[in-house]
Design a protein around this ligand. Structure first.
Ligand SMILES: NC(=O)c1ccc[n+]([C@@H]2O[C@H](COP(=O)([O-])OP(=O)(O)OC[C@H]3O[C@@H](n4cnc5c(N)ncnc54)[C@H](O)[C@@H]3O)[C@@H](O)[C@H]2O)c1
Ligand SMILES: O=c1ccn([C@@H]2O[C@H](COP(=O)(O)OP(=O)(O)O[C@H]3O[C@H](CO)[C@@H](O)[C@H](O)[C@H]3O)[C@@H](O)[C@H]2O)c(=O)[nH]1
Length: 450
């Protein structure tokens, strides 16, 4: 078993730390946020991630998982150091802000006096690992005995534990000159996963970094593709859901990630495609990724379009209208509201004069911190009380299961836009609701009445 330190205990780091302890390793989670550390030490996950609390608590109780803010303690303790800090978009630019990753290396390296491997997990622009390797050579007292490898993470929020313990693949980028120790240590750490025949791809540093950013670029492209089809379906009076179903049967295309709606958000896809474009530009390969500008533009257009649709359904003006927004998280089974399309739409509706009340099963607290001026309700029914229009913007199961009659009794007008095409249209229409989906004939009928 290996002594592991994980730097950054957010969505990625806390999950990785808990899951590595679950595999039997001794793990130390390191963060600069003392409030977060206090919660984790008490076995509490500071965000909502199904199944994580159980794993965390079990391993904290077993003494295999501890937390600290001390880099000295981490340097003395671990043989493998995972970097899982944030790489957000820089303010006013497309590029990734690498200050936190740099901070970890600059603080940790001078403390490494014996052999160690640093595994980068954060999503970084290609070339970052090579640059950090040079810094390590300068900063680490153990010199060449400290190796840097890149081990990108592909977990999805909402499925973080299962994706970490049963990933589709493991990818490891190693420095060609020193290759060997990092790969062997990774094989030890992930031995139980590899025993389950999880594909393990060992490559150079640059390719490993690019595997991550290109995977996210592909996923973003797939979503924008279907949203572009939704636009065409709306114009043509066709049904994008049927279209996705039908093209998805072709195994080369596949049905997954073809859900049209209000587009992608979160702490990954939007900022990662922008950072990818910025980096390609620095490398002189910007032309290769100009299509990602369109992917981004289609995506952002979904949000504007939803606000326009709401305005049109309400007869041309949002001023004074009461709008219930069901869903604030960027996706279901998460409390993450980073770049959430739902919350962004709620904010725009309010700016245009609507009185907006938001309900989300898990993300109210985070939403309030970001958009304090919106109204928040403790249930879907409360949010819809007196509403002229109801919007479903995150496809929580709870919303799929809503009773159209129960909600119909509290709203002022039975009008609903399903921004994620997640509700049973017939069921709602039978109960007297005017129902609009995305990229569906209903939406086109509504479009033509504009
Ligand atoms: N969230 C995901 O699902 C996911 C999946 C795959 C990859 N990633 C990538 O992983 C990275 C982290 O993402 P996240 O969503 O977990 O971010 P996050 O904001 O939830 O967590 C980052 C954590 O790092 C801590 N931190 C900042 N500076 C530090 C320092 N110097 N030392 C120690 N800790 C420090 C912060 O306090 C915070 O707790 C990003 O590069 C992201 O793109 C995220
Ligand atoms: O058909 C779809 C699928 C997703 N989405 C939206 O796309 C966004 C991202 O969804 P998802 O990819 O499931 O969530 P993340 O947790 O952000 O995971 C992505 O970003 C992570 C961070 O890089 C990667 O590790 C994952 O592999 C990658 O899926 C969300 O707003 C979804 O609502 C759609 O609109 N339509």
């Amino acid at each position: 078993m290996t002594n592991i330190a994980v730097f950054g205990t957010g969505y990625l780091g806390a999950t990785h730390a808990a899951c590595m302890a679950e595999l039997g390793h001794e793990v130390l989670g390191v963060d600069v946020d003392k409030a977060k550390l206090a919660k984790l030490e008490a076995g509490e996950v500071p965000f909502y991630e199904p199944g994580l609390e159980e794993v965390l608590r079990r391993n904290v109780d077993a003494g295999r998982l501890r937390f600290t803010s001390s880099y000295e303690e981490a340097a003395a303790f671990a043989d493998a150091h995972f970097i899982g800090v944030g790489t957000p978009q820089k303010k006013g630019e497309y590029a990734a802000d690498l200050r936190y990753v740099d901070e970890v290396v600059e603080t940790l390296a001078p403390l490494l006096t014996s052999p160690a491997v640093i595994f980068g997990k954060s999503t970084v622009p290609v070339g970052t690992a090579a640059r950090l390797t040079k810094r390590l050579r300068v900063l680490a007292p153990a010199g060449g005995l400290v190796e840097l490898a890149w081990n990108p993470e592909f977990l999805r929020e909402g499925f973080a534990v299962q994706d970490t313990l049963r990933p589709d693949r493991l990818v490891l980028g190693v420095d060609r000159e020193t290759a060997g120790r990092a790969e062997n240590l990774a094989r030890e750490i992930y031995a139980q996963l590899l025993a389950n025949e999880i594909p393990f791809i060992v490559t150079d540093l640059a390719t490993a970094e690019l595997v991550k950013t290109s995977a996210n670029a592909f996923l973003a492209t797939k979503i924008s593709f279907i949203n572009a089809m939704a636009e065409v379906c709306e114009a043509a009076g066709a049904d994008v859901t049927m279209l996705a179903e039908a093209i998805g049967h072709d195994e080369r295309i596949g049905r997954r990630f073809l859900n049209a709606g209000i587009g992608f958000g979160g702490g990954c896809l939007p900022k990662d495609i922008r950072a990818f474009m910025a980096r390609a530009g620095e490398l002189g390969a910007d032309q290769a990724l100009t299509f990602l500008r369109e992917v981004d533009a289609i995506n952002m257009r979904r949000r504007v379009r939803m606000v326009e649709s709401a305005r049109d359904v309400l007869g041309g003006s949002l001023i004074g209208a009461r709008v219930a927004v069901l869903g604030a998280a960027f996706k279901p089974n998460s409390d993450d509201v980073r770049d959430s399309p739902a919350l962004n739409i709620a904010g725009q509706l309010q700016l245009q004069g609507a009185s907006v009340t938001v309900y989300d099963p898990k993300a109210i607290e985070n939403s309030r911190a970001l958009f304090p001026t919106l109204n928040y309700a403790p249930s879907a029914e409360h949010a819809c009380s007196g509403a002229d229009l109801t919007l479903v913007l995150t496809e929580w199961t709870e919303f799929r299961d809503l009773d159209p009659d129960v909600l119909g009794n509290v709203v002022r007008t039975r009008t609903i836009i399903d921004g994620r095409n997640c509700l049973d249209r017939e069921r709602w229409m039978e109960r007297g609701w005017s129902f609009y989906g995305v990229g569906t004939p209903g939406a086109s009928r509504f479009e033509s009445s504009r």
